[in-house]
Design a protein around this ligand. Structure first.
Ligand SMILES: NC(=O)c1ccc[n+]([C@@H]2O[C@H](COP(=O)([O-])OP(=O)(O)OC[C@H]3O[C@@H](n4cnc5c(N)ncnc54)[C@H](OP(=O)(O)O)[C@@H]3O)[C@@H](O)[C@H]2O)c1
Length: 308
């Protein structure tokens, strides 16, 4: 177990807060952190632990990418494969998976619908036997319903699928796979959110709300895994040229440019990885600003965490 340096208690709280943080928040964060010194220590501990758990040998990594037959998932699958990893991708459509394998020989596939709880259980079961050394899980599968709240009259079952794919899927799958990851030592969980999780997109409001929920859950998951060698990363794409938004809606960053950049950065130590508009100082402040309050709050309300 890594112990925090004694000096960490002497770090002035104010100096750990982003200068852009509004005055009222600064005051609350400073007071909360002062009355809970362990929160400051936790920052130091987390940094030390992160440094010791970042590096994975990608030539030996065993990777699961949900929704890897197209778009970002497929782009990342290609890069992990080239690095020498064993890569399983999933998707609902067997024909798309077949196409991916003929383009990327060596890729392994599983037909799986992440929106269905019974299929998530089956996936975890299949991985336990088919990829027992799993150490990287990328929760990437996604759909996006472009609707307006005022005119969305689709049957509820259809609407529920979006929520289940984007939010219930990753939460359930992670809880099923974390015991296996812990058994295998160091690993990564990468949750793919979206700019829309931070700035709601009115043309995709439920999608955006699900991504906001996935962001919140990712912060809590990182806290739950902080005493382990599992690194939790949030990948925050801006608009990227894929088929996500349907035919014709392919604006945004070129897919290869995006995948090259984020794949390289996955091998660093960042907790949240954006690109272009989601990698600006302003955007990073959206992510950083609540951190002192989160640390103070989580120090005040200790919970059981993994590895304890
Ligand atoms: N492209 C963007 O502009 C953008 C921006 C921000 C965030 N993102 C996020 O990035 C991730 C990947 O999106 P993308 O742009 O690469 O989309 P994409 O090109 O449409 O690919 C989506 C992938 O997910 C699979 N999928 C969809 N529903 C699934 C389900 N229920 N179970 C298993 N697999 C499923 C699809 O295969 P099947 O259809 O065969 O199931 C496909 O392989 C998503 O989480 C998305 O929200 C994308």
């Amino acid at each position: 177990m890594v112990s925090a340096p004694a000096a960490c208690l002497r770090v002035p709280v104010e100096s750990t807060l982003p200068s852009s943080m509004p005055k009222l928040y600064r005051a609350v964060a400073t007071r909360a952190t002062r009355t809970n010194p362990p929160a400051n220590c936790l920052v130091e501990k987390a940094k030390i632990l992160m440094m010791s758990t970042n590096s994975l040998d990608l030539s030996k990594a065993n990777v699961l990418i949900t929704g890897g037959s197209e778009g970002i998932g497929r782009g990342l699958a290609e890069r992990f494969l080239k690095a020498g990893s064993t890569v399983f991708i999933t998707g609902r459509n067997p024909a798309k998976l077949k196409r991916a394998v003929s383009d990327l020989p060596g890729l392994r596939t599983l037909v799986n619908d992440i929106s269905k709880p019974e299929e998530r259980i089956r996936l975890a079961h299949d991985l336990q036997s088919g990829l027992p050394d799993l150490n990287v899980v990328i929760n990437n599968a996604g759909i996006q319903r472009r609707i307006s709240l005022a005119s969305d009259t689709a049957p509820w079952a259809e609407r529920q699928i979006e929520i289940d794919t984007l939010f219930a899927g990753p939460v359930h799958l992670n809880s099923l796979l974390i015991p296996l990851l812990l058994k295998n030592g160091a690993g990564w969980i990468v949750n793919v959110t979206s700019a829309g999780g931070f700035i709601p997109q009115v043309f995709a409001p439920i999608y955006s709300a699900c991504k906001a929920a996935l962001h919140s859950y990712t912060v809590a998951l990182r806290h739950a895994l902080q005493g382990t060698a599992i690194r939790v990363v949030e990948l925050i794409p801006p608009a990227v040229q894929t088929g996500l938004a349907g035919q014709g809606a392919t604006h945004g960053a070129p897919l290869d440019l995006f995948c090259d950049d984020v794949f390289a950065r996955l091998q660093g130590s960042e907790e949240a990885i954006g690109f272009g508009p989601t990698d600006t100082l302003e955007f990073k402040q959206l992510i950083e600003a609540p951190k002192p309050l989160f640390l103070a709050s989580s120090a005040r309300f200790p919970v059981v965490t993994y590895g304890n």
